[in-house]
Design a protein around this ligand. Structure first.
Ligand code: 4AD
Ligand code: MG
Length: 467
């Protein structure tokens, strides 16, 4: 076969130098046609769009042609010609075809319209579908948008540890990391595991958040963000929870809660605008395929300012709804943790736009949040989104050494693991704030997918760690 350098399909479809000799490589999506001429839809992952390969059967070897089945991988040399029937302006008239990889007939993606559940069982192949190709291209673009946003604002990307000895959220939902022999655990006289012999000489786990180390960095570099995997051993089998998910956590010295809300709103709007501007084909595909309201919802959040209101006011609205006959599965009262049905009621039914809820009861929030004067609430903020509920959680931080120490004691958090965190409050403490955006929650919003397992390549959930 003549050596012609490969053109990606995304680039080919933009060209109009008809007659040019090109090479394309990709996987067969469909093959159809007559006894004389066949049309192959070829996709190489560079775009949702296929290029049509036109094959005059008489000019090719019959045995080779038999191997062009759905899923097979081809290299095609041919001429770029203007297309009339392919839905694109360009197609390729094949001159030479090489089969790079045959696809045997057990290939599970033969026909269209597989269920999402089935596709999760073949997560090693699902990126080859239109839907998951679109989702994972969008995932890439959103990661780029996030780095671009913070870089342009002068934030530094700071790497916080994945293995840690401290529970940043204090919720006890950590996965342990150990090299001890589980079959022969050595115990102390009191029956406790001897972590002295473990790899780190103490009990270690996968991190639930990079925030605490992020705060160290913010009080040195001024403004930082983390973007990495986080792990939670919470047994929640919901369409919005993963055991392994990615989080973006900006942390900024001198920001108060209002600055923090401004940053969160600007950030998330930037990301949504980026998706509309840079992933138009993929977003439109998902809109047409699954969720006819997607593009409108994305444009919707850009239009208005987010509503900002206190938890206490939010509870009043929910209590009024209950009084007027609205039924929630979980009870509504001051002090209750909000469920996603409550969050979505505020956003979708009551305000019809995103809501930032602030000043939550201290009992339902983490130890590090700044305590308000009232002694009951903390300067927390959750950003609530249509279809998602909580997409961002954050707060102004307790900057006062005494108050923070008292709260840590009160909540029975082992002080010995926290000495380095408390040092920030001893050595030039300052007001500061930050938040965490769940990357997959953002992707749920931007792609319109219904289940968080379908916006990460290989989801980790209770009883599921295949691939
Ligand atoms: O509200 P969370 O627990 O806040 C923190 O971890 C803080 N340390 C963040 C900070 O202030 N720096 O989690 C933040 C966000 C949530 O709003 C949600 O979007 C996402 O992380 N999240 C999850 N996403 C998927 N699966 C889970 N199990 C998640 N738990 C939280
Ligand atoms: Mg939260």
């Amino acid at each position: 076969m003549e050596k012609i350098s490969r053109t990606k399909i995304v680039d080919l479809l933009k060209r109009d130098d008809f007659g040019a000799k090109v090479n394309v490589k990709g996987w067969v999506r469909t093959r159809r046609g007559s006894k004389q001429v066949n049309f192959i839809a070829l996709n190489d992952g560079s775009t949702i769009n296929n290029v049509q390969i036109v094959v005059d059967l008489a000019s090719f070897d019959e045995e080779m042609l038999k191997q062009i089945t759905t899923g097979a991988c081809l290299s095609v040399n041919g001429e770029m010609v203007e297309s009339v029937g392919s839905g694109q302006k360009v197609e390729v008239q094949a001159r030479e075809i090489e089969i790079l990889g045959i696809c045997d007939n057990t290939y599970p993606l033969q026909k269209k319209g597989h269920s999402m559940e089935f596709l999760r069982e073949i997560a090693h192949l699902r990126p080859r579908t239109n839907t998951f190709g679109a989702v994972f291209r969008i995932r890439h673009h959103m990661a780029i948008a996030i780095h671009k946003f913070f870089h342009e604002k002068g934030f530094y990307y700071f790497h916080t540890p994945i293995i840690t000895a401290s529970d940043a959220e204090g919720a006890g939902q950590m996965f342990q990391v150990t090299t001890l022999d589980m079959g022969h655990l050595e115990k102390t006289e009191e029956g406790a595991v001897k972590y002295d012999d473990d790899f780190f000489g103490k009990q270690a786990s996968l991190t639930v958040s990079g925030q605490l180390e992020g705060e160290l960095a913010a009080t040195a570099l001024g403004a930082i963000y983390t973007f990495g995997p986080t792990f939670r051993a919470e047994n929640s089998n919901t369409p919005r929870h993963l055991a392994e998910f990615w989080m973006i956590e900006p942390e900024v010295a001198f920001n108060d809660i209002t600055d923090n809300m401004d940053l969160a709103e600007e950030f998330i709007k930037y990301c949504v605008q980026w998706a509309l501007d840079n992933c138009a084909d993929d977003v439109k595909f998902l809109n047409d395929m699954f969720d006819k309201g997607l593009v409108e919802r994305l444009q919707g959040v850009l239009k208005d300012d987010f509503v900002r209101l206190s938890y206490t006011e939010g509870i009043k609205i929910l209590e009024d709804a209950v009084a007027n006959g609205h039924k929630f599965e979980f009870p509504v009262y001051w002090g209750a943790d909000l469920a996603s049905e409550h969050e979505r009621y505020l956003v979708e039914v009551h305000f019809k736009r995103p809501v930032i809820l602030t000043d939550y009861p201290r009992e339902i929030k983490a130890f590090y949040m700044k305590q308000n004067e009232d002694g009951k609430t903390v300067r927390a903020m959750d950003v609530l989104f249509p279809k998602i509920g909580e997409i961002i959680g954050g707060s102004e931080r307790e900057a006062d050494y005494q108050k923070l120490q008292a709260r840590i004691k009160e909540m029975d958090i082992p002080m010995k693991d926290m000495w380095w965190y408390l040092d920030t409050r001893k050595f030039g403490t300052c007001p500061h704030s930050g938040f965490g955006l769940g990357f997959e929650r953002l992707l749920l919003f931007v792609t319109g997918m219904a289940n968080i397992r379908d916006v990460i390549p290989f989801p980790r959930t209770p009883r599921n760690a295949e691939f």
